[in-house]
Ligand binder design. Sequence first.
Ligand code: UDP
Length: 321
Amino acid sequence: MKLLVTGGAGYIGSAVAAQLVEAGHEVTVLDDLSTGHADAVPPGARFVEGSITDAAGVLDGVEGVLHFAAKSLVGESVQRPDLYWAHNLGGTLALLDAMRSAGVGRIVFSSTAATYGEPERSPIRETDPTRPTNPYGASKLAVDTALSAFAGMYGLAAVSLRYFNVGGAYTDRDGRVYRERHTVETHLIPNVLAVALGGREPVSVFGTDYPTPDGTCVRDYIHLADLAGAHLLALDACTPGEHRIYNLGSGTGFSVQEVLSVCREVTGHEIPSVVRERRAGDPAVLVASSEKIRDELGWKPEHPSVRDVVADAWAALTGRD
Ligand code: UDP
C-alpha cells in the first residue's frame, strides 16, 4: 500500500515506518523535525520535512495514513494547553480535512492511556470512562471523538491505538536500531538508564506513598517492537464507517522500584536513587487490558517482559547486542 506516516522521524513513528517498509509498503514520512531526527527515518522511506497542516501536498495516491505527529509531554501540556489543542486537535483536523479532499479513507491514530485519566479499575478496558486529567490526554481524546464522528458521517476507516508505557528499541532486518532520543526526556526507563550510563544526578523516584504494594506508581510497559507490530494489524483491520479503539499494553504492572531493580540487574550498575515529591497528575496504577486487540486482531506480544524492554533499550543506548 502507499502510506503516509506523520511523525515518522520520532521514536515510535520511525519504528512503525521501518516495519511498514519491511512489509513491502511504499512509505512517505512527513515530519517537521520539531522533536524527531531526520536520520531516524528508515532508508526505504521517502522523507518530507513539513507540518501535518500541509499534508495536502503528500497525499496523492496515498491509501492510508498512520498519524504519530503530536506533542506528547504531559507537564508541558499543563503549562501550554494552547500548543496541545492547536497541534494535536487543530493539526489533526487539518490532516483529516486534507485526507477527505484527497479521498484517503484510512487512518491509524496514536492515542494514549492518558485519555482514561485516573482509572476506576485495573486493568483498564476500552469501555471504561475517559476522563483525562491533562490537556495532552484531553486533546488525544478529542481526536478519538472526532474520528468516531468522521467514521459515522463520512465513512472513514479509523483505528485508535491507546498506548500505555512504551519502551525498548526496535532493530530491523538490516540491523538498524530505532530507539528513544528525546531532547527533553521525562520517561522513567531512559532516565534510569542515563544514570546507569554515568549521569551525575541520582534517579528521582516521584512519590513512595501511593496505594500500591511498595508505594511507588505501577505502569504497564510495552516493547516498541510489539507496539509497532500492532499498527500493521490495525491498518489491515481498518473498515469503512468504523472507528475501533484498542488498548496496547503488556497487561502486567511494574512499580517504579521494580523497574529500578530490573535496570540495576540488566546494566550491572548500582544506579543511585532519591525519593522526591509525587509528580503532579500521576495516577497510582495504569495497566491495560489488551484482550480486545488480542481477540479481534490476533495481536500477540513477543516481548511481554519488562526485562526485555529494559535490556533492548540498554543495548541500543550502549551499542551492544
Ligand atoms: N518516574 C520517576 N522518575 C522519573 C521518571 C518517571 O519516578 O525520572 C515515575 C513517574 O512518576 C511515573 C512512572 O515513573 O509514576 C512512569 O513515568 P513515565 O514518565 O515513564 O510515564 P507515564 O506513566 O507518566 O506516561
